[in-house]
Design a protein. Structure first.
Length: 216
């Protein structure tokens, strides 16, 4: 059993990471700005007030944990886009305050910077809406920052190009910086299977200090 601190537990991905972690026997501390918004109840779940943009709050939530997971992203509206890179820096700063006792960090990334079969990146595709491009590049900036960090055990998990609530199959494929696609060139994964992959990475670490991606 791992002790997991989770930021972003009320979001589309975070709520599924929370459920997957609990179903697999882990202990979760969900850090949310407004605890009343998290209605999940479980004997291995503790809900606390926490702010991913406050390094002191990150340190307080992370102390004594095995892993900190941040599912904070830009998919919930324009106001959230600007939090992606600052959240990355706050997470690292907070964990650094714990020194050698700092837990591992796993963050939900974006697909925009992944390389496509034609050698370009996902965000180079024509016709993408400006809001989506902003999210993609914000995640790209956060990943660039993580790649400068060598004193925190971080992992960034990029989803497929399409991620949405769906079926939990328990199966997925992985790559590092290349978009995972099927035989028809489609790149997708359910939020449920993304959560499976993230918890698998907690249980069997394979990607410390790097980004990896998952797809069906």
């Amino acid at each position: 059993m791992a002790k997991i601190a989770l930021f972003g537990a009320t979001g589309t991905i975070g709520s599924r990471v929370l459920r997957e972690a609990l179903d697999r026997g882990h202990q979760v501390t969900a850090a949310v700005r407004e605890p009343s918004k998290l209605t999940e109840r479980h004997p291995r779940l503790t809900v606390v007030t926490g702010d991913v943009l406050d390094a002191a709050s990150v340190a307080a939530v992370a102390e004594g944990q095995d892993v900190v997971v941040s599912a904070v992203g830009g998919g919930d509206g324009p106001g959230h886009v600007a939090t992606i890179e600052p959240a990355a820096k706050s997470l690292v700063t907070g964990l650094r305050r714990l020194g050698d006792a700092a837990p591992r960090l796993i963050t939900v990334g974006g697909a925009g910077s992944l390389r496509t079969p034609d050698g370009k990146q996902v965000w180079d595709a024509e016709g993408l809406p400006e809001f989506l491009l902003q999210i993609m590049h914000a995640h790209g900036d956060a990943l660039d920052y993580y790649r400068t960090v060598s004193d925190i055990r971080w992992t960034n998990v990029s989803p497929a190009a399409q991620i949405a609530p769906g079926e939990r199959t328990g199966t997925y494929r992985t790559a590092l910086d290349e978009l995972v696609t099927d035989a028809q060139g489609t790149s997708r994964i359910s939020a449920e299977d993304y959560a499976v992959a993230l918890i698998d990475e907690i249980e069997t670490p394979k990607h410390i200090g790097e980004r990896f991606t998952v797809g069906d």
